[in-house]
Write a protein that binds this ligand. Structure first.
Ligand SMILES: Cc1ncc(COP(=O)(O)O)c(C=O)c1O
Length: 396
């Protein structure tokens, strides 16, 4: 069959990271490439227990179809969780449980964008988001990043330009890929610009609970008095990604469209996952669990940074206050793609930084390293491989 692929999908490229991860079947490969949570952070014992109890006591409730917005008890548990530190769910807002926050990125674009519309994005940013936005034929306009978040002058220019962006996508906490955190002042300024120019903000916050240093900063959504901010958060990093469970908080008027988008896509989120999530939130000590994950990541991040300082002083990197990634910068005389390829030849996978740029062909000296998945031993071996590659390249 000679399939005629739609204009929308023709020319779309698979995620670079998913392609690298395909090589993970090689048992010798050390991966700093993915963004998987540490396997020892999964509440596997509790999930097994709660699952067995639910299936025993209420099999039909767990296995039957359910409502699109989410199982009421799970929605209520998530609403309380979302609001426990800051007022995230406002009086005019609604909350929906979705199949991973990737789905929110998809639905928000589906609901707000027509083909050819502009979406403003932090640049670099999460490439899975770019994929979702581009699937609807949008044009991405990148706004560069500074130490404390997006460049506000550039952002204002992009908001003021014609055509106006349909929304602005940002990851204020421990951004993927750079690990940067948007300052409180910038969050306020981004919200003010959103109101001034009438451009909604899509605040993607899958890593917010994974703070390993510094002081917590309120999400942009907590400042929102006008319904401008669409907030997305996920349980992938604090429960487990296989559950595919996340939530979106936004103004009720937009939520009506999101619910219809979901009905046309997967009807509702997996009921078993929602019910397990509710049990975990109400019966497990989530705060202690989150502290434990933070402890694991703090130790691994510090270990990776210490080894980089010792063995690869040429690589500069941003010290993240949380999340899962280090963003490395290579010296000018080291060609980044060549470095990444040589690392892979020696069985270390890292992600070339240009994969996270709106324009992948821009010059780029960066690469992304993940510290949550590899063991401490693998982190050491991986950094040693990078040191050997750097020696090899600088000697030539
Ligand atoms: C910034 C960002 N947003 C969203 C996602 C999607 O997460 P999930 O669909 O597992 O909730 C990821 C995944 O790593 C991410 O890094």
């Amino acid at each position: 069959m000679d399939f005629q692929i739609s204009n929308r999908m023709r020319g779309m490229k698979p995620s670079v990271i998913r392609e690298i991860l395909k090589q993970m079947s090689d048992p010798e490969l050390i991966s700093f490439a993915g963004g998987n949570p540490a396997a020892d952070s999964f509440p596997a014992k509790e999930i097994a227990q709660f699952s067995a109890e639910m299936l025993e006591q209420d099999p039909v409730g767990v296995l039957q179809y359910s409502v699109t917005e989410g199982v009421p008890a799970a929605r209520e548990a998530v609403r309380k969780f979302a609001n426990r530190h800051y007022s995230v769910v406002k009086a005019n807002d609604d909350l929906i449980l979705v199949s991973g926050s990737q789905q929110i990125l998809d639905f928000v674009t589906k609901c707000l964008c027509n083909e050819g519309d502009v979406v403003a994005v932090e640049n670099p940013a999460f490439l899975g988001a770019f994929l979702s936005f581009r699937c609807y034929g949008t044009k991405l306009v990148g706004v560069s990043m500074e130490e404390d978040g997006v460049n506000l002058e550039e952002l204002e220019k992009v908001f003021a330009a014609e055509p106006k962006p349909r929304f602005f996508y940002c990851i204020p906490n421990f951004q993927n890929p750079t690990g940067r955190t948007m300052s409180e002042a910038k969050r306020k300024a981004v919200y003010a610009l959103s109101v001034k120019y009438g451009v909604p903000v899509l605040e993607d916050d899958p890593y917010g609970e994974l703070r390993i240093a510094g002081q917590a900063i309120a999400p942009i959504k907590s400042l929102d008095e006008t319904g401008n901010v669409i907030y997305a958060a996920s349980f992938s990093k604090i429960m487990c990604p296989g559950m595919r469970l996340a939530y979106c908080v936004c103004d009720k008027t937009l939520m009506k469209s999101l619910v219809i988008a979901k009905q046309g896509s997967d009807v509702h989120t997996n009921v078993w996952s929602q019910r397990i999530c509710a049990e975990l939130l109400t019966r497990m000590d989530m705060e202690a669990h989150i502290q434990e994950i933070r402890g694991i990541y703090r130790e691994k991040a510090q270990w990776m940074m210490q080894l980089l300082d010792e063995k690869c002083p040429e690589i500069r990197y941003i010290r993240p206050e949380g999340g899962m990634f280090l963003w490395g910068t290579l010296p000018e005389n080291v060609q980044m793609q060549d470095f990444v390829k040589r690392c892979l030849d020696k069985k270390l996978a890292v992600v070339p930084g240009n994969a996270f740029l709106v324009d992948e062909n821009q010059p780029c000296q960066n690469f992304r390293m993940n510290f949550s998945t590899p063991t401490k031993q693998q982190i050491k071996m991986g950094v040693e491989i990078m040191a050997a590659v750097l020696r090899e390249m600088q000697l030539q």
